[in-house]
Design a protein around this ligand. Structure first.
Ligand code: COA
Length: 189
């Protein structure tokens, strides 16, 4: 299995491997309460992020069971504006989960949708996945809107199925199949 990753370039963004020099920046937005509210990863220091980034060198986007995190960089300025994670299922490597974070000053400009659309293209076209899904707390309205915006379908709403940050939380699953992605691509042409 290859650990190499060719960056993805879109109109405004480049999605590339996170590098050790990104850790302070990633810690900057990943330690904001509004960013961590619905995320299980709450890094305590830039050093913890640096360690995580170092660990990414041993894996690739198609490594089952591991979160592979890409940096989302603004082409115009070279600034890191967020990160997007891919986790291929170890039970069935033809399926993958995605997660995304956009730094608050860059939110609501369509960057999350642009990045996630590109990641879906890679997962279906480059890595040949059958199904890609996202798991979201329904109180996270921004995340739910984003998953719907990129064309995912809501397929489950589990009620108080997760013990999360000291309380029971609902879990909504949104997904897209390869054939739905193909139809959507066809419709956009
Ligand atoms: C979820 C998140 C990545 C969205 O990123 P973004 O770049 O702001 O998203 P976009 O600008 O591409 O918007 C995508 C859709 O979400 C909607 N949206 C974005 N922020 C929203 C908000 N705060 N409230 C309601 N809807 C919102 C947009 O209106 C758009 O929907 P539309 O096309 O129907 O109008 C961002 O809010 C974030 O990083 N949140 C914190 C981390 C997190 O919880 N991540 C999800 C865990 S998987």
């Amino acid at each position: 299995m290859s650990n190499s990753f060719d960056p993805i370039v879109t109109g405004r963004l480049t999605l590339r491997r996170l590098e050790s020099g990104d850790s302070e920046k990633v810690f900057g937005y990943r330690s904001m309460p509004e960013v961590t509210r619905y995320q299980s990863w709450e890094p305590e220091s830039a050093a913890e992020i640096s360690c995580f980034i170092e660990g990414l060198k041993a894996i690739g986007p198609d490594t089952p069971g591991e979160w592979y995190q890409l940096g989302i960089v603004l082409n115009e300025t070279g600034e890191l504006t967020g990160d997007c994670g891919i986790r291929v299922s170890s039970a069935d490597p033809s399926q993958a989960e995605v997660g995304i974070t956009v730094s608050p000053p860059f939110q609501r400009r369509g960057l999350g949708a642009e990045a996630l659309t590109a990641v879906l293209d890679v997962l279906f076209a480059r890595l040949g996945k059958h199904r890609v899904y996202g798991s979201v707390d329904p109180r996270n309205t921004a995340s739910l809107a984003l998953l719907r915006r990129v064309g995912m379908r809501q397929e489950a709403h589990f009620v108080e199925s997760l013990r999360f940050k000291g309380e029971w939380a609902d879990d909504v699953i949104c997904a897209m199949l390869r054939r739905e992605w193909s139809e959507r691509k066809g419709a956009r042409r």
